[in-house]
Design a protein around this ligand. Sequence first.
Ligand code: PLP
Length: 384
Amino acid sequence: MIINVFSKSFFSWFNMIPFCDPSSSYHAHKFDIDKAINRVLDSGWYVLGPEVDAFEQEFASYNGKGFHAVGVANGTDAIALCLRGLGLVSGDEVITSSHTAVATVAGIEHAGCTPVFADIDPHTRCISPRAIEERMGTNTRAIMPVHIYGQPAEMHRILEIGKTHNLAVVEDCSQAHGAEIDGQKVGTFADIAAYSCYPTKNLGGTGDGGVILCRSKELAEKIKSLRQYGWNEARESIIPGFNSRLDELQAAILRVKLQHLSDDNAKRRAIALRYNEGFKELTITLPALAQNELHAMHLYVIECDRRDELMKYLRSHQIGASLHYPKAVHQHDAYANRIRGWEFLPVTDQFYQRSLTLPMYPELSSDAVEHIISTVQNWFWEKS
Ligand SMILES: Cc1ncc(COP(=O)(O)O)c(C=O)c1O
């Protein structure tokens, strides 16, 4: 196919402001990342080595005192390994939300467990504690809140429910590295937490990666064994495991990115505040930014009527508005009609009719932010 570089569509695509931009993160920290990559290449040690050890220690101390981290191959494995590490077995139910990346549910099933859906809270967009209690059954063994878009779930209430009903709590922090509630990082509230370090994440590498955080050294050691065929130090398999190793290149890059995570999250929040200010007169539901929380602002998602029309308009003005997600998990063919709880998720179902993601990444320029705000305002004014 011959592309006409002067055609309008090529020009528009070329100038599109993306909803996220992993390459700008690489360029922002290029010098240190290139140095880290060369160090690994020169070392000749490419999988589970000194960079992974150092990343695990640095990630654990970034989150608080007395934690252990385990680097794994991706966030989906991290979820499965958390559940396997806790000893959950086939048939054990894990209550989570359908408003998440499919990966949350894929990870639960990968561990042999059975996902169950509870509805979300319209304010936080995370799992509703009341809905969790409504979904509880005789096989329920765990709750998996997802801090969706970087918004902390209601951890205090979820932990209370877990304690009352003797359930494990596993945080899916894949979109919320560095988010806080009352000064405490998410991922440190529950028994264990899973993170994805996919390139688009707040803490993202240049390939697949993931990490697990927990307080128990014993649990961390068990997961270290599970991530490598269930081996002990003598390389004998003492439990059935699989391969979910983190490579040295990703670990070295994540170590560089970790140093900038808090600053990058603060830049994201500043953009979100500017958006919220620019949209406050419009009939849009904005992301909630609570005083006692640090939102990691992984994605900036609004809700409004005529969402599809607005998305089309924004795209025609070179703004990469997008959907997270086009479908809730229970609406995908692979999961439809088979996961307990799917029939009654009214808040989730409504959210998927109205939600729209606007560009959000630390390097997004203020000119771009102002262009996005004025374009959204223009659409509302033209339509009113
Ligand atoms: C909420 C959530 N959970 C889990 C994952 C799984 O991560 P990965 O793609 O690294 O397997 C992701 C990433 O897409 C995610 O957003």
